[in-house]
Structure formats: structure tokens, C-alpha cells
Design a protein around this ligand. Structure first.
Ligand code: 13P
Ligand code: SF4
Length: 340
């Protein structure tokens, strides 16, 4: 257990000494973060990294975090599946989740003995808020013999009522791992429809959608292809199937990042949250990114000042009822046990 660590004296000025100390970090992001923006970010980055070490904390960051978080303060960054795996194996007693609430809850579910902080409790998700545990109980009554596969973008209550979880990385493998011919995939209707196109199983779903990915249209992609005929178009499976059909490749945020890193296309359009393009651009300066910019308002609540305050005040701690956590953990662990 740590005592509350507050450093009111922390000097958040951009001095030459600060600039020198964080110069190696600026080298990582200088092609996507202006010098002016860096002068604001740098003192926070220095103080967050100092405090993090002092407190023995780790920062787990989702691929949609902005570059100054993703590249400069995170200890581990990745997609939802990787973050869940990392939360389970980190030895740190204090996790700061730079991501949305369901990700912090998943970390807490997998590591109930650890303190999990989220820098802004309002960082929700339109998928997570589309369904409740009570809804899942009603689905269970209606379809008693149909297994319920629940996307990790859900609350602990919803996971607790489920047979197994999935992420966009492993959804097809999870569905295929089940013996039944009919499966309920909740709550993302688009992910479910995209998976239905790849399996012989009958997929039932729920009316949830990601408010960021549902905004993309096939016409958007056609327009971008016309403007940049050499571009490779990568999309997330939370997009509607008609949008995915227009993409060259669809996969989780990790799968899209791996595509760019491995194949190094000369120009890329990412049909997903646009901070991810900035993060990949920072790491792959030779690849040109077209950035159709749909931002997730929930992910954007996580900022450097919010992370610093979270560490300084050890807030806001994520709690999950122990009985709910046990049942939710079983669903997440069943997912982690499926070989992908
Ligand atoms: P990934 O699991 O692909 O990182 O997606 C999480 C998410 O919230 C996408 O909108
Ligand atoms: Fe939820 Fe969509 Fe934001 Fe991901 S991008 S956290 S699915 S609202």
C-alpha cells in the first residue's frame, strides 16, 4: 500500500533543463507533435515519469491515446487484448489505465489485489453503455441454449453474465471455439455482422455500435481512394460491414499497427480513431498517413494533466464488486485460454 503522494511543489515550467531531460522522448514524437505543443507537454511528461517510478506504478495505454501519452509516458501500449494480458501479468501494485473505463475494469477484474486508477471516470464507451447485466439475463432467458460471447467493450456486470469474452483480435477464433451452431455476440452489431461473414455459425447480436466507427461510410473510402489511388486502406471491424468491404484489410488496432510495421506500405488510410495514425506516423516516418479524423471523445478525456493528477491523488480508483469480478474474470479467462 502507498500513502497518498502529492507534490504541490512540482514545477511544471518548460525550462532548458526540462527540455534537455525530455529531449530523447521528443525525438520519438517530433514528426507529430509541434515544438509549441511539446513545451506544454514536456513538464508533465517529466513529472509523470518521475512520480510513476517513485510510486512503482505502471501506465497501460491503449493505441488510441495521443502520441505524448502513447510514446512518452506509457510503460505498455497496445490493443484491448494486449492490455488485458499485460494487466494480468504486471508485477506493479498500481496500474494507471490510460484508456476508457471498461479497460480499467478489465484490469481490476484480472488483478483484484492491485490498485487500478482511471484518470477520468467519464471516459466511457458507447458500446459499453449500450447494454446492462439485466439485458443479458433477459437474452439468456430468451436463448437458453445459445452461448453468449461478449466483446470486452462492456461493463463488469455484463461480462459476469456472459459465457466468454472476445476482443476484435480474437472474435472469430472465440466464436469458432464454441461447439454450438448458434452464438449470441454482444453488444456490437457491426463486429457481429463482420464475424458472421467469416463463419458458418448463425450469429445473433444486440443493437450496440461504436460511435466513432459507425460514422465511416463506403462513400468516404471511395473518395479517399480517388484522391490517393496508391493508398492501402485499413479498417477496424467495429465499422459497418459495407465499410469493411471497401477496406484492403480489417483488424484490431494491433492488427492494423502490425500491418503497417510489417508491410510498410508507402501510403495508408486508417479507418479508425485518428490518434492511432499519429502514433504510427511517429514510429514510421517513411509511411505517409491520410488521416480521416474521427476522435473518440471518451479516449480524449485522458490527458497528461489528468494522468498526473491521478498519480498525485491516487484517483479515481476503480472498484468492482468481488462476486461480479469473480464471474467476469471467468469469462475473460476463458477468452485468454483460447489459443489464437
Ligand atoms: P482494439 O481491441 O482493437 O484495440 O479496439 C478497442 C476499441 O475500443 C476500438 O474502438
Ligand atoms: Fe468505445 Fe468506440 Fe471509443 Fe472504442 S472508439 S472506446 S468502441 S466509443
Amino acid at each position: 500500500m502507498f500513502d497518498t503522494v502529492i507534490h504541490p511543489e512540482a514545477d511544471l515550467k518548460f525550462t532548458p533543463a526540462v527540455a534537455r531531460e525530455v529531449a530523447p522522448l521528443y525525438a520519438r514524437v517530433k514528426n507529430v507533435v509541434s515544438e509549441l505543443d511539446w513545451s506544454v507537454h514536456a513538464p508533465y511528461i517529466l513529472e509523470i515519469n518521475r512520480l510513476k517510478r517513485e510510486m512503482g506504478a505502471v501506465i497501460l495505454a491503449h493505441n488510441y491515446m495521443t502520441p505524448e501519452i502513447f510514446h512518452c509516458v506509457s510503460d505498455f501500449a497496445g490493443d484491448s487484448l494486449q492490455l488485458a494480458q499485460q494487466a494480468a501479468k504486471t508485477e506493479a501494485d498500481l496500474i494507471v489505465q490510460a484508456g476508457v473505463h471498461f479497460m480499467a475494469e478489465t484490469s481490476k477484474i484480472l488483478s483484484p489485489q492491485k490498485t487500478v486508477l482511471i484518470p477520468d471516470m467519464r471516459a466511457g464507451c458507447s458500446l459499453a453503455s449500450s447494454i446492462t447485466g439485466a439485458d443479458v439475463r433477459l437474452l439468456r432467458e430468451k436463448y437458453p441454449n445459445t452461448p453468449i460471447v461478449t466483446y470486452v467493450n462492456t461493463s463488469a456486470d455484463v461480462k459476469a453474465e456472459s459465457d466468454i469474452c472476445c476482443t476484435s483480435s480474437n472474435a472469430l477464433k472465440i466464436v469458432e471455439s464454441l461447439p454450438q451452431d448458434q452464438v449470441l455476440m454482444i453488444p456490437d452489431k457491426y463486429l457481429a455482422r463482420n464475424i458472421a461473414k467469416q463463419t458458418k455459425k448463425k450469429i445473433l447480436t444486440w443493437e450496440g455500435a461504436c460511435e466513432v466507427h459507425e460514422k465511416f461510410t463506403p462513400a468516404d473510402i471511395k473518395k479517399m481512394r480517388k484522391a490517393w489511388p496508391d493508398a492501402v486502406v485499413l479498417g477496424h471491424p467495429e465499422c459497418p460491414p459495407e465499410v469493411v468491404a471497401e477496406c484492403d484489410f480489417a483488424g484490431s488496432t494491433k492488427a492494423m499497427a502490425d500491418y503497417v510495421t510489417d508491410k510498410r506500405p508507402s501510403r495508408v488510410v486508417l479507418i479508425t480513431e485518428c490518434s492511432m495514425s499519429d502514433n504510427l506516423q511517429a514510429a514510421n516516418p517513411d509511411v505517409k498517413f491520410v488521416r480521416p479524423c474521427n476522435l473518440c471523445p471518451h479516449m480524449q478525456r485522458i490527458t497528461l494533466p489528468a494522468i498526473l493528477k491521478s498519480l498525485q491523488t491516487r484517483t479515481t480508483e476503480v472498484h468492482v464488486d468481488a462476486a461480479v469480478a469473480d464471474r467476469a474474470r471467468a469469462a475473460v479467462e476463458r477468452m485468454l485460454a483460447v489459443k489464437i
